[in-house]
Design a binder for this molecule. Structure first.
Ligand code: HEC
Ligand code: HEC
Ligand code: HEC
Length: 91
């Protein structure tokens, strides 16, 4: 019983640390196309593994990743979220 309780406490502490390290939202510069907001918290319900491989892995956002591997790719595939240039890039 004590072991189970300790394991639970360890798990809660661990997930707490992971969540504490994530911002609710991120903002990218997006060059002269204008800033792009990424509401991380709203995306969390999709499941961490959709974006982070394995245990939350650091993601480096750049144009290629954003358009072809992550953001736009998924919005197109699921037909949800912004897909037009100016729906993501705001001046
Ligand atoms: C739709 C994609 C997506 C989903 C789903 C997602 N994340 Fe993230 N996460 C990101 C991106 C993008 C960043 C920001 C990377 C950056 O620019 O620093 C990030 C950042 C983080 C960070 C900050 C530290 C780091 O590695 O940059 C943590 C911690 C994190 N996410 C945890 C989670 C957890 C836990 C879940 C599931 C509950 C989750 N994420 C779901 C895309 C996602
Ligand atoms: C795995 C799929 C997936 C990935 C990857 C993903 N998104 Fe989304 N995104 C969604 C879905 C699904 C929605 C719609 C949520 C809804 O309508 O409730 C959404 C909605 C949004 C919205 C609108 C939120 C709102 O308040 O209406 C923005 C902005 C957005 N995404 C930006 C991004 C950016 C920037 C990235 C990359 C860093 C990204 N997304 C990566 C699935 C994804
Ligand atoms: C789902 C959101 C999303 C959509 C839709 C989108 N982009 Fe982006 N784009 C991004 C993100 C995120 C970045 C990375 C920004 C960064 O690294 O500062 C980016 C980067 C770029 C960059 C590189 C900026 C730089 O100098 O680093 C250009 C140019 C660009 N996008 C143009 C476009 C055009 C044109 C369209 C429409 C055909 C478009 N984007 C649609 C999210 C989006």
């Amino acid at each position: 019983m004590k072991k189970i309780a300790l394991t639970l406490i360890a798990l809660i502490a661990f997930s707490g640390a992971a969540f504490a390290a994530a911002q609710d939202s991120y903002e990218y510069k997006g060059g002269n196309m204008g800033k792009v907001a990424f509401p991380h918290k709203k995306h969390m319900a999709l499941g961490c593994a959709k974006c982070h491989e394995g245990a939350p892995k650091k993601i480096e956002i750049n144009k290629g990743v954003a358009h072809d591997q992550l953001c736009l790719k998924c919005h197109k595939a699921e037909n949800k979220g912004p897909k037009g240039c100016k729906d993501c890039h705001k001046k």
